[in-house]
Design a protein around this ligand. Sequence first.
Ligand SMILES: Cc1ncc(COP(=O)(O)O)c(C=O)c1O
Length: 448
Amino acid sequence: MTSTPPTAPEAALTGSLRDFRAPVGPDLIGRASEFYAWQNLRREHELWPYARSTATAPQARCEARSDTGSVFSGINFASQDYLSLSSHPAIKAAAIEAIGEYGVHSAGSAALLGNTANSVRLEAELSAFLGGREIVLYPTGWAAGYGSIQGFVRAKDHVVMDILAHSCLQEGAKAATQNIHYHGHLNLEALTRKLQRIRAEDSENGIMVVTESLFSMHSDTPDLGALRALCDEYGATLLVDCAHDLGSIGEDGLGHLGLQNMLEGADIIIGSFSKTFASNGGFIAVRDRATAEYLRYYSATHTFSNALSPVQAATVLKALEIVRSEEGRQLRRQLMDNILLLRSTMVAAGLEVLGDPSPIVPVSLGLEGVGRFASRNLMALGGIANLVEYPAVPQGAARFRFQVMASHTADDIHQVVEILARAMRDADLEYRLANEARTQAAKATAAA
Ligand SMILES: Cc1ncc(COP(=O)(O)O)c(C=O)c1O
């Protein structure tokens, strides 16, 4: 067990970020401090595993710092670098060459003078990868997701989205319309009912159906063909966010769009470069030039934000070249071998692994308090994975999100699962002790 005290106050084991989302009172700044008090309580007990920073490159073994400054090192399953391209020599060389040629900054919006020859080439190469679609680039994947809805949807239109759609999609929808209809995760019947209801009352306005090709907390995938059929039936537009599987999944790297033969079928595809393509940045891919041109001037996160830097554009361009090459295919096979080994080793250790095989491997922890202890223990024992809690996932369904890389070795995987199993066993015990201590204290108070 870890050397930290076995108990922690209830408030450090319960509560969530949601509790502080809507503070009230006239003092906009002052009312934010309640969150800080709760966060600090967790921090004091080493139960705040967020805002950590790497002290080395985000590779399979890395050194990092907690947000209180304590240094730790371990087997890293917390970085999003699925094909391990972020330290690839050819990509580093391309980034350095771009700095030499263009400096480090785009110095303008892509709608003005922010593009470089590299970002223009990136649009062309990404278009070739995605079957000739028109590409619009964004400074982040989040900006692409937000802009894909805000750019097209207007106040009288409707957005129908999976309840687990990413924050960028939800915020883009909120900026565009009040007509947002959430349906249960991957629930086609619920989606059908929503579409029926909307079309029964409104045949005049647009409907955008929003989903992801690989859900980032659950590692599962919708039936994209069924979504296409429903969109056709009800006159809706289908948007698919392929942030996590584009480049990393499938023989050709086209993710579930490729596996389900739906590259053509999605009306709007959005993606992020930050999971597989070794850089911040994102894109929207549409079918024709007119649609792309509209986005360039009406999606705020493209028009009114600086373009990808020359370094980012050069990085993604080289990463894309690798993704499309035999080396990329080999890296994807290695990655999938690692994913399958990690999942089967976890199952053999008695752990509950969620979702389908993908670079995201969610491991169930249950109660938030147990998750917080498990996360503290994992770090102390030399394992690094991200803790995901409510409201990012349902309440009482905390989990670790392991993110697998092609460069993980079988040794990394076996060792981290051993550490994980111990961290979780200890966490269960610590949580029980904390509850018992609280019950004893309550009894003593009552008796006094
Ligand atoms: C499904 C999905 N869409 C969009 C994004 C945003 O991408 P980025 O982090 O590259 O801005 C993410 C990343 O968190 C994501 O998981």
